[in-house]
Design a protein around this ligand. Structure first.
Ligand SMILES: [Zn+2]
Length: 398
């Protein structure tokens, strides 16, 4: 039966033990992946910036998800370098060819003045609530902390806003605001799942706020009983990280687009019609991203754009589209994956067909193009024209 000394001696035969200076030689992104194998209460006191936390007891279970490539360079660390040495040996036995253990561990890292920070600490209750996020290497505690710090605004508590709000609340978006000036009608309940039968006749914004608060007390739910207008738009949108557009009319879409282009706030656009839906991300922070006017320079004539009250809509359709919007909003907050920028995702419920159109930013766009305005002054918003400047819109429309 080997003693601890035997085990450590044995591990040192095959596991390199670089010091802090050696690890820091490589600038990101060439630096090896750093895995912190300490326990949660130790990590709460501080963690190396950019390190992935996998407690020693879960290492074999989770390492292949965090580091799928068995040849990738990995450096494990613990507090002083002993646990990580034994852990690195275990990883070698799993076939990891390029795994090392940081000499002196986190203590040596701190002493060397290398970058580390104290993670936003989740409470024990939050760890339970968000445990399935914490298990995801791409989210983890740092990602959940981002979600809890995030501010998301939903335009409308209707078909799209309802499912989006519920799932964003469940995900732990820290501030979730809903603007809607309508009241709940019995005919809404077939699809606007955030409202209940006893909310008929009540404010949709308040009904949504109550549901969000009941679902997740971590969320600061804000009800804005108003309609987006050129006069209030900046007061409403300023300070939000992401806006989910669930509006049902072109005036609001163009107004929101123009204001967010000026303020550089990303919008997750969604719209639905009968059995069809579409989603895209309009991100003015990204120079390559189109804005809504790049895609749709002018609204269709009213006779070709009936609203849900006139055209009907399959009740589950906004659920699908609203949740795609919520997914994109969470990705934007986490800066995870590929956002739906420059792509218009089209969904047909009858054929159960998703397809994606590539869409481009237009250099001639009257809003985000070179000669675009720097304020909303002089732009009128109604469902007929939404003209940003009548001459330009006319030429685009022709
Ligand atoms: Zn544009």
């Amino acid at each position: 039966m080997p003693t601890l000394q035997d085990l450590l001696h044995n591990a040192r035969q095959t596991v390199p033990e670089p010091d802090v200076a050696t690890v820091l030689q490589h600038d990101q992104p060439l630096r090896p992946t750093l895995i912190d194998v300490r326990e949660q209460d130790e990590v709460d006191q501080g963690i190396v910036d950019g390190a992935v936390h996998i407690p020693r007891g879960y290492l074999e279970l989770r390492i292949e998800q965090a580091v799928p490539d068995h040849d990738a360079p990995v450096v494990l660390y613990c507090a002083g370098g002993t646990r990580s040495l034994l852990a690195a040996k275990a990883m070698q036995e799993m076939g990891y060819a390029n795994v090392a253990s940081l000499e002196g561990g986190f203590n040596a890292w701190k002493s060397a003045g290398a970058p580390w920070s104290v993670p936003t600490a989740l409470t024990a209750e939050q760890r339970r609530r968000y445990s399935r996020h914490l298990l995801l290497p791409d989210v983890g505690e740092a990602g959940q902390a981002k979600l809890l710090d995030a501010k998301v605004l939903l335009i409308g508590a209707g078909g799209l806003g309802s499912p989006a709000a519920l799932y964003l609340a469940a995900a732990g978006i820290g501030t979730l605001a809903v603007i809607d000036d309508d009241v709940v009608d019995a005919s809404n309940l077939q699809r606007q799942v955030i409202h209940t039968t006893d909310a008929i006749g009540q404010s949709k914004a308040q009904s949504a706020q109550r549901a969000i608060e009941a679902l997740n007390p971590d969320v600061n739910a804000v009800a804005i009983e108003d309609r987006l207008t050129p006069d209030n738009v900046f007061d409403v949108i300023d300070g939000y990280d992401v806006i989910v557009d669930g509006s049902d009319n072109f005036a609001t879409r163009y107004l929101l687009n123009d204001a967010t282009v000026l303020r550089k706030i990303p919008v997750v656009h969604g719209s639905i019609f009968r059995f069809d839906g579409q989603v895209t991300v309009l991100d003015p922070r990204d120079d390559a991203s189109p804005c809504y006017r790049c895609l749709f320079p002018s609204p269709p004539p009213p006779e070709l754009a009936p609203n849900c009250a006139e055209a009907g809509v399959l009740g589950v359709l906004p659920g699908v589209i609203g949740l795609l919007q919520a997914t994109e909003a969470i990705k934007l907050v986490l800066e995870l994956g590929e956002p739906l920028v420059g792509r218009l995702l089209m969904y047909d419920a009858r054929s159960m067909d998703f397809h994606t159109l590539r869409v481009k930013r237009s250099p001639f766009c009257p809003m985000c193009g070179e000669d675009g305005p720097d304020s909303l002054e002089g732009i009128t918003y109604d469902d007929i024209s939404c003209a940003i400047r009548p001459d330009i819109t006319a030429s685009v429309a022709d």
